[in-house]
Design a protein around this ligand. Sequence first.
Ligand code: SF4
Length: 244
Amino acid sequence: MDIDTIAPEELLRWAWRETSGSLAIVTSFQAEGMVLLDMAAEACPGVRVVTVDTGRLPEATFEMMEAVRERYGIRVEVAAPEPGEVEAMVERHGPNLFYRDVSLRMLCCQVRKVRPLERKLEQFRGWATGLRRDQTEAREGLSRVSVAEGRLKLSPLADWTGEEVAEYTRRRGVPRHPLYAEGYRSIGCGPCTRPVETEESERAGRWWWEQGAEKECGIHFSANGKLERKLDVLIGDLLSSVAA
Ligand code: SF4
């Protein structure tokens, strides 16, 4: 079996066996994550589904959580930020710190997304996400299967196009996030996502005010160079104030 070429469903079945059922589908209920969830619901009976509730999600994302319960009978597990970390961050930098500086935006993503997910993933031997290689430049080299922190990481849809995702969604009647109907093509937190024009790229509506920064939150790709050092300082300061 070649894990680089087998169908996504087969890859999920393989990972399900490899992890003895300790596999999480991690999704924010965008189209790719929903396709993966739909596949896993059949391929991996009893699979656990995890999302991160950052505290700044649009209301429509909670409608998707309900849709998953209804359609698949799956109770979505919610990873949430540490209240003390959020309190300290908001007190120190303000509630909308992300608009001021890329490093502050990444700090917010660390506190509200990356750290909660890392804590949740400690319960699993593997996880799968709906990333596609053609979404951004940073994702071009994405592996279908990798191992990080001793945990299997899968991107079964890495070589799919947006059209293949749309076609699967239509064919299977997979629930679709309501914000797509309002012109969104990528959906994250409310204050950091906007609809895009047809000629814009798929992730142009994410952190649209930033120039030259990767449109990534840090879950899949770390900041590099100067930005990483700045972020380390910000996180270190924040965590030491929480511990004090
Ligand atoms: S997307 Fe925006 S609101 Fe959400 S965690 Fe990142 S910076 Fe914070």
